[in-house]
Design a binder for this molecule. Structure first.
Ligand code: SF4
Length: 84
């Protein structure tokens, strides 16, 4: 049986195993607390991204090219399609 890791089309970076979580944590660590969205806002944005037709297999947004978690964490972040 193959040991190959399967990544679903709608996985976010944080859901793509250790490598994704490390990459995300590194990015989030350099953002000042005052520039971050509240946890509830962040989660609500990500819920919308998870069901979005613009979410790509590599957890980026096809509209803007950003990792959606990187865009959603910013307090002043905006969805390029105005979904949030
Ligand atoms: S268009 Fe908006 S909701 Fe859709 S993946 Fe991009 S940032 Fe998320």
């Amino acid at each position: 049986m193959s040991e190959e890791k399967r990544i679903c089309r709608k996985c976010l970076l944080s859901e793509q195993g250790e490598e994704g979580r490390v990459q995300l944590d590194k990015y989030l660590a350099v953002i000042h607390k005052e520039d971050k969205a509240d946890d509830a806002v962040y989660e609500k944005r990500l819920e919308r991204c998870r069901t979005c037709e613009q979410l790509s297999v590599d957890a980026t947004c096809l509209s803007c090219g950003c990792y959606v978690e990187f865009r959603a964490i910013l307090r002043r972040g905006k969805c390029p399609k105005h979904y949030w």
